[in-house]
Design a protein around this ligand. Structure first.
Ligand SMILES: C[S@@+](CC[C@H](N)C(=O)[O-])C[C@H]1O[C@@H](n2cnc3c(N)ncnc32)[C@H](O)[C@@H]1O
Length: 405
């Protein structure tokens, strides 16, 4: 029997707000872009909740539906087909009440892990987006993500709320290691949907292997036991290796630690996995925009002296340029697509700035003769040489290569 945890929906907590902003602010540009493919869009909120919080704030279902309505009203891409499915094991009735009846939308009462295969049946050639926001980690089976990645979809993207501290806590239970953390509130929202906890049994270790997609986490917990690392470093190492594991099935995986106060430990990690470079770049920009917005709230509107990325690492221009030099100077073979190269750049260094910053600097590299650029179309409508540093499906293409200077 699933634990209901009704309190979660009494009022929307800052954590949920931050999570939903990341979804909401990404989903709109994603939809506008993906509708250009003219293929049907299939959106599944796999742990949908009640649709709305009791304080009147929208939950992820109403946020997504609002964005779909906005996009349908503004897009000029013919007759877009967008279907939505909302799964929840506890709150199907609340969902029906809060969402109402809509075309191409259905509510499924049941468990994501038992329903999703059926829901995705027959979606070959579609653009699939799965929002995965469980309370805990138990339902997050790596093998399912691997299966989704291999599906014959036009595109597939996942946005996962990965409760990485919850994983470390359960991993410590399974390997009988004491976990000491100095933040007493860290686990406030880390509520498992099923009452069973991991214990020092073979079954728990197998379950954790299945969630992590391997047994690499065990070495991290052993290092923790040997005091080589602390609990926070264990979480960071686990999140990094988990993303590496996901990159075995998805080309581009980004991870954003969610903290709402500066200097605070991250509470969750939102992980975005996609096989498309444009999805990755949109998410990089979204993470940076969200980061800027939260940073401003955290600093009460005061400008910070240094730029920080979403990992609270201070980034400065010369550092970005050095990273660009190191990365792009390796592209001296064939011409490669600008957006593909950019997405791999962010895979290597993380979302350290918006993609526009890198594009601007690449223009500068081009002016300095460091970068060769081929554009399609080559000229502007008025016949001047094109200078854009941006790709648009079926409209603009940019290929780049290092000039070997
Ligand atoms: C964190 S809440 C989701 C909140 C929602 N994304 C929002 O922003 O409003 C997790 C939800 O997952 C549901 N749930 C728990 N286990 C589930 C499972 N195995 N399959 C589907 N839903 C599940 C719970 O009932 C709960 O409503």
């Amino acid at each position: 029997m699933s634990k209901k945890n009704d309190d979660f929906f009494k009022e929307k907590k800052p954590w949920s707000e931050v999570k939903d902003q990341l979804l909401g602010c990404y989903f709109k540009p994603y939809l506008l872009k993906i509708l250009q493919t003219k293929k049907p869009v299939v959106y599944v909120d796999c742990f949908a909740g009640k649709g709305k919080f009791e304080d009147g704030n929208p939950g992820s279902p109403l946020i997504a539906l609002g964005i779909i309505d906005e996009c349908l009203a503004s897009t000029n891409t013919g007759a877009p087909q967008i279907s939505t499915t909302f799964i929840d094991v506890n709150y199907a009735e609340d969902l029906k009440r809060n969402i109402g009846i809509r075309n191409n939308s259905r509510i499924v009462s049941g468990k994501y892990e038992e329903q999703i295969t059926e829901i995705l049946k027959g979606k070959t050639g579609c653009n699939v987006f799965l929002y995965i926001d469980p309370y805990g980690i138990k339902a997050l089976k790596y093998s399912m993500f691997n299966r989704f990645a291999k599906g014959a979809y036009n595109s597939i993207e996942l946005l996962i709320n990965m409760n990485s501290f919850g994983f470390i806590r359960e991993a410590c239970h399974a390997l009988s290691v004491k976990l000491e953390l100095d933040d007493p509130n860290l686990f406030d929202d880390l509520i498992e949907y099923a009452p069973a906890k991991m214990d020092a049994s073979k079954k728990s270790i197998e379950d954790l292997n299945e969630i992590a997609g391997g047994d690499y986490w065990q070495a991290i917990i052993q290092d923790l036991k040997a005091n080589k690392i602390d609990g926070y470093q264990a979480e960071e190492l686990f999140a990094a290796q988990y993303c590496q594991e996901l990159m075995r099935c998805f080309k581009f995986v980004l991870n954003m630690p969610l903290r709402i106060k500066q200097g605070q430990r991250p509470k969750y990690r939102m992980i975005h996995a996609t096989n498309h470079q444009d999805g990755c770049l949109l998410m990089v920009d979204n993470i940076c925009n969200r980061w800027e917005a939260w940073h401003e709230v955290q600093n009460a509107g005061q400008m910070s002296l240094f730029e920080e990325d979403a990992n609270n690492q201070i980034v400065n221009e010369s550092e970005i340029e050095a990273k660009m030099m190191s990365f792009f100077s390796r592209l001296h073979g064939n011409y490669v697509s600008l957006h593909m190269a950019l997405a791999y750049f962010f895979m290597q260094y993380g979302p350290l700035c918006k993609s526009g910053v890198i594009k601007q600097k690449l223009k500068d590299f081009e002016k300095r003769g460091l970068l060769l650029v081929e554009r399609d179309p080559k000229t502007t409508p008025t016949g001047r040489p094109a200078a854009f540093m941006d790709e648009k499906t079926n409209q603009k293409k940019v290929m780049i290569k290092w000039a070997n200077k």
